[in-house]
Structure formats: C-alpha cells, structure tokens
Design a protein. Structure first.
Lengths: 439, 319
C-alpha cells in the first residue's frame, strides 16, 4: 500500500487558490492588453482622417506600418494582425485554463509569427504581443510542468476507437464521399462526350469543390453529434457525479471532450485526403487550396463541436441538446446565405455613383462579414478570390460611387478568426454553465 | 470527546414544499465506521449528496475534515471518496484504464499512477481482471472497482451510498470485509444501508434517519444501552436434559430477568436468557454453565436485537 499514500498529491498542489494556474491569470491580463491594441488602428485612422497632427500620424504609421502606404490599408492590415493575436491569446488562455500541453506549441507559433512580422514587415505592434508572451512564460514558468495530456481526451478517444462504432462511422463517411466523387465524375463524362473537348482543370476544380462542400456538410452534422452528448451522456450514464467529485477543472473537462471530437474528425479528414487528391489527377487545383480546405474544415468542426457542447451543458437529455445544436446549425447554413443574397440585392439596387462612399463601404464590409460567417460561402469565395484575382490574404474592392479602393481580407482569414473567437466564447459560456457543478 | 470528521448543524434540503432532509445534525467521529440507516426515501442519499457538495443545501452548514461544504467545496471533494448508489462505469474502458483515468483526474502524475492502480486492484482483489473490459465484470466486482476508484486520491473519508445493495451474499461479505480493512487503514467510513445485519456486524457508530429527521445517533454500545432494557442471549445445548439443567441454573443466576426453554429446532435445544447485565455479567453466565459441567454448544447474543430496536424507534413513516 506504499504507493497509495505516496501517490496522493500533496495538499499544496490542490489548494483551491492554486486550482487556477498563475499562467492563466497572466494570460487573461495579456488578453486585455492585446484587445487594447485593436484600438490602435482605429485611433490611427481617426488621426489620419482628421489630420490632427502630422507628427503623431507619422508615429502611428511607423508603429503599425506593414510595408503599406495608404492609410486605410495600414489600418485594415494592422487591425487584422491584432485580431490574429487576440485569437491566439484566447486559444492560449483556454489552453492554460485546461492545463493543456499544446499551449506551448501555440505560444511558440504565435511568437514566431510575431517575430516574422517584426523583422520582415517592421510591424512594431507585434512587439506588444511578443512582450506579453515572454513576460507571461517567464513569470509563470513554475506552472509549465503542470501542463499535461488531457485525461478526459485520452479516455474519450480510447472509448471511441474501441468496438465497431468508430469503424462503421468511418466506413459510412468514406462510402458517402466516394459515391459523391463518382457521381460528380459521371456528370462530367457526358459533357466531354457532347462537346468533344473540355477544360480538364474545370473538372478537377468542380470535383474538388463538390467534395469539400460535402465534407463541410458532413462535419457540420457530425461535430455536434459527437459533443451534444458529452455532458448529458455522462449524466445519463450516472458517471457525471463521479467526474464532479474529482479535481478536474471544468475547462479541462470541456476541452477534453472537444479535443476527442476533433481528434476523430481529423481522422475522418485524413481518411478522405486520398479522395480529395483525386482532383489533382485532373489538375486545376493547387496544394494551397487543399491546405486551405483542410484548415476551414478543422475550424468549422471546432465551432460546431463547441455549439453541441454548449447545449449539452444546459440540457437534461442528449436529444434536447442535439435538437438545439442542429437548429443552430441550420440557421448558420440557411439564414446567412439568405441574408447575404438579400444584401447583394440591396447593393445592386442602391449602389451607384450617387451613393455616399462611406455607406457603400459599409455595405461591402457587411457582405464580407456575412460571407465569413458561413462555411460554404467562405470556402467558395476564398477559392474564387484565389483563382480569379490571385488574392490569398488581402485584396481590394473598387467603390462604384467614387472609384476609390477599399482594402478587403480573404474570407478564410476572417472566417477563421470569427470561428476561433466564437469557439472560445462558447467554451467560456459552457464553463459558466458548469461552474457550480465542477468548480 | 471524539473529534468529528463530518459534522453538520441544521442541514436541510427542501424541494418546493417537500422537506427531504430536516435540520440534520450529524457527528461522525474520525476513524469510525458509521452506519447511516433508514428506510427508502428517508433522505439518506440527499444527505450524502449535500455532504459531498453535489447538492446545495437549502439551509444549514456542514464540515467535512474541517472544510465547509459551502466555502471550500474543492477541499471537501478532495477529502472525500464518494460512491453513489446508482453509479455508472465506462463500459468501453479496461479495468486499469478506468482507475488510471480517475487517478489522472485527481492530478496524480503519470509515473505514480501505474503502481497506484496496481495497489488499488490488489486491495480490492481485482488484479486478475486488470485487462478485462469493465462491462465484463459482475455487479459485485464493479462495486469493488468503484470502491477502488474512491480510494485513488487517498481520501480521509469514504461516503458510500448503499455499497452492498443488489449484491449476492458472498459479494456483500466481501464488501463488508473491505470496509473493515479500510477503517483499519485509518479512513472514516460513512455508509448508508437498510440492511441491519451489515450495521450490527461492522459499525462502530450508527445514525437512524426517518422522514428526513435524525432520530438517534451515537456509538453502537451507547445506543444499545439506551434503547434496550435488556440483552438476549441464546444458549444452544446438545440434548433436552442439559437444556433443562441449563435452564434451571440460568433462571436463578444474578442479572438474569428471565430464562425461557425454547422449543427444539433442527435437533438442537436452546434456552433464551434475558439479562440486564454488562459484558462481564454475560460472560459470568457462560462460566456458571461450564462450572456446572453443562455441555454448551453455542452461546450467542441475539443480533435480531437491532431489528427490534429499529422497529421500536422508527414509526414507520415512509415518505
């Protein structure tokens, strides 16, 4: 029985005050500071528009400069860059609350990204993020050994991969994807036979588009199915009280469940990668597009998984949680494209040389925001921008009213940022719902 | 005065107009085996859920190992190993993975978990089922596995809700033995039951709850002394002749209130003795028979005592 008493963690490490890592606390303050940098570009724009002080404007431009010359471009670019850092800090904070080891990985990538911005683009605001991260990691270095593999994730993945279920889901998923690939191909064959010739790149691209759309659709319905039962399922099985009695913090529980769902979805995606690669046989699709599609699917599964989790925390039964998450999903899938269509009609009818440029810019930006809330619209317009205009990150929109150019962001970037922030917010809301129960 | 490891004052739980637990004041001494007895629906589970911080009390306060269930909830959970009545197990896990998972949830480092799981399985005698799936275990084994889980973080108090319910006699005895050996390891065992035999065999302390109210609590000896005016001993003898001899001797012995010759059962003859004496006086009765060269086959205190006691003090109010 020696190990019994030895293995028991000493009281100090489980003291309620230590329950929340110092690291998480510092990251929370860092997040506030980083959120403040979102204001810098706005301030800069204001200074430029009002032309208050040339010296100040120069200072601000120097701070935010990213090898761009126009005021609006600089402001837009630095706003997005700051938003990326805010996202990174949200992810880091959630990781610290759940004591996840991957926090170090994310911190490393964020630091590299900011270093690159600093050296190649002289974007001085990156220094703020670098400072926050270095300070946090050095001050809270004592907490680093507490980071670990999530026990809930490990348990869930073990249980999920056992037995026939995981195999059946994978088989059904692959059969569906293959069937659609064959169907798409069969649709194109008569076209070729009728016309005698066809741009082979078009076949490849359409095939790819169809497959990614199906993949997104399946993921949107699979991700909540995995997470909607995560808390209600434990309640139903009478295991939830046992978990509640342990020392596991609610973020670790939630993140563990989410990780296991996403882990399985990653497996599904890896399994379908050869099918997507069929598009390469025909050409017309670049590796970049494949990588972007992969990124979009992962981010999508994260948000929709978090939606299922959120409803699971508030529902008594898994069924109720599933119904609620699917209703939310349907709203995302149908309401947003409808709203976008409506907005496009408005733009079509209203916008002309007589509209005010500011109003027009607002309309265009609203369209962009709507597009980057829906996975299909975001994926499609990202590809169109890439193929037609060669725009991967930042582009231009010409205003009909005065012919001026306004800067735009590729939808995949805004989509990723929105969905990451949305997932972070949902995790926090889920934590709040479970606060009394788990903490 | 013994120090209480679980203590409550005015602990109450109301669901609307229904009062499940009413002004409960528990004292569970450290190191005791405390049987929490009451009919179904008396409020045993609600009380345990309040003590484990799983249910918020409507009123009152309780302390477990010195920590308030309102203010130091994590510390309370840290001090408790809890086994609910209708606990679930993860069917898709192996026995060792199940324990490993809970040990990890208690922040026990990976390097220490392996020997810990080994020791726990040895303690509950499941080492040979280490690599089996949890759902292949019998109910008694699952109960033992669950008990091992409650021990993963070396808690000071075990709160067990009906640990022996639904078990076959053999498994019940095994659980009972485990509880005794855990108390021997210095843990306080607080368990609920409606099986009185469990209580009289292993408990040092007892509390009886009915309709949400604690009717009586204290050490077994105190309660016996308080409630039973006399003790009953059954003396078993080989034949009718020695039975009547024994009857004659015991009838006139000091401290004996009454001696009754029982009708022979299964070829055995026996005498029922009612005495108001203490342990020494009861021992002296046996000595007296031996000195008179009466062949005594059995000399046992009647355990149904407790049932009689229970029937007397509970009013049969079942909510």
């Amino acid at each position: 029985m020696k190990a019994l008493s030895e293995a028991a963690p000493d009281a100090a490490s489980l003291n309620p005050a230590r329950h929340r890592l110092y690291l998480a606390q510092l990251l929370q303050y860092g997040l506030y500071a980083q959120a403040f940098t979102l204001l810098l570009p706005l301030l800069f724009t204001l200074v430029s528009i009002l032309g208050i002080a040339d010296g100040l404007e120069f200072q601000a431009q120097y701070l935010l400069q990213a090898n761009r010359h126009s005021v609006s471009e600089t402001a837009m670019l630095s706003f997005i860059l700051a938003l990326v850092n805010v996202c990174a800090l949200v992810v880091l904070l959630v990781g610290a609350l759940a004591r996840e080891w991957w926090l170090l990985l994310v911190a490393g990538v964020t630091m590299l990204y900011n270093l690159a911005l600093l050296f190649f683009w002289q974007h001085l605001a990156s220094g703020i993020t670098l400072g926050i991260l270095c300070f946090t990691l050095i001050r809270a270095r004592a907490d680093l050994p507490q980071l670990r593999f999530n026990p809930v994730m490990r348990k869930e993945l073990r249980a999920r991969m056992r037995g026939i279920r995981a195999f059946v889901i994978l088989s059904i998923y692959l059969s569906l994807m293959s069937a659609v690939a064959i169907l798409l191909y069969l649709i194109f064959v008569p076209q070729v036979q009728a016309t005698g010739s066809v741009a082979i790149g078009t076949i490849g691209r359409d095939l790819f588009r169809g497959m990614v759309a199906l993949e997104l659709l399946l993921i949107i319905f699979i991700a909540p199915a995995f997470t909607a039962g995560s808390i209600t399922g434990e309640r139903d099985a009478n295991t939830y009280d046992l978990i509640r009695m342990t020392m596991i913090p609610s973020p670790a529980f939630i993140i563990g469940k989410l990780e296991s769902a996403i882990g399985y979805i990653l497996l599904l995606m890896c399994a379908t990668a050869p099918l997507l690669a069929l598009a390469f046989l025909f050409g017309g699709v670049s590796q970049l597009e494949l990588a972007l599609s992969f990124e979009l699917v992962v981010v999508t599964s994260l948000l929709f998984g978090a939606v299922g989790m959120y409803y699971s925390a508030g529902a008594e039964r898994t069924l109720a949680a599933s119904v609620r998450s699917y209703l939310t999903n349907l709203a995302f899938l149908f309401a947003i494209p409808l709203a976008t269509l409506l907005l496009l009609r408005i733009i079509e009818t209203l916008v002309g040389s007589s509209t005010s440029p500011v109003f027009e810019a607002i309309l265009w930006y609203s369209r962009d925001i709507l597009i980057s809330l829906n996975p299909f619209l975001a994926a499609l317009s990202t590809q169109q921008l890439l193929v037609r205009e060669g725009v991967l990150t930042f582009g231009q929109q010409i205003l009909a009213s005065n012919g001026a150019q306004i800067p735009t962001v590729a939808p995949w970037i805004s989509y990723t940022l929105f969905y990451l922030l949305g997932s972070g917010a949902l995790v926090v809301l889920t934590m709040r719902r479970l606060r009394y129960e788990l903490d | 005065m013994e120090t209480s490891i679980i203590q409550s004052t005015g602990l109450s739980k109301r669901y609307g107009k229904f009062t499940a637990v009413n002004e409960l004041s528990l004292h569970v001494p450290a190191g005791s085996i405390y049987g929490f007895v009451g009919p179904n629906g008396a409020g045993k589970t609600t009380t345990m859920r309040m003590l484990t911080t799983l249910t918020r009390p409507s009123a009152g306060e309780a302390w477990v190992a010195g920590h308030s269930i309102h203010h130091d909830r994590r510390e309370v959970r840290r001090a408790i190993g809890y086994m609910p009545d209708d606990f679930g197990v993860y069917d898709d896990l192996r026995v060792w993975e199940y324990l490993d998972f809970f040990a990890a949830c208690y922040d026990i480092p990976e390097s220490e978990r392996r020997p810990l799981v080994h020791d726990l399985l040895e303690l509950v005698e499941l080492s040979h089922r280490r690599d089996d799936m949890v759902d292949q275990l019998s109910r008694g084994m699952k109960q033992r596995l669950s008990l091992a889980r409650t021990l993963a973080h070396d808690p000071r108090v075990l709160i067990l809700d009906e640990p022996a319910s639904g078990l076959d006699p053999r498994a019940r005895v095994e659980i009972r033995e485990l509880l005794v050996s855990l108390a021997g390891m210095g843990k306080t065992v607080f368990f609920s039951t409606h099986i009185l035999a469990d209580v009289s065999e292993i408990c040092s302390h007892i509390g009886i709850i009915e309709a949400g109210q604690l009717i009586i609590q204290g050490s077994m000896n105190e309660i016996r002394a308080e409630l039973m005016s006399h003790r009953e001993v059954i003396v078993t003898l080989a034949d009718a002749a020695s039975a009547s001899r024994a009857h004659g001797i015991l009838r006139n012995a000091p401290t004996v209130l009454e001696a009754e010759l029982l009708p022979p059962r299964g070829g055995r003859h026996s005498v029922l003795v009612k005495s108001d004496g203490d342990d020494e006086a009861i021992g002296a009765l046996n000595q007296r028979l031996v000195n008179a060269e009466v062949l005594v086959l059995g000399f046992t205190e009647e355990t149904r005592n407790l049932e009689a006691m229970f029937m007397r003090i509970t009013k049969g109010i079942v909510t």
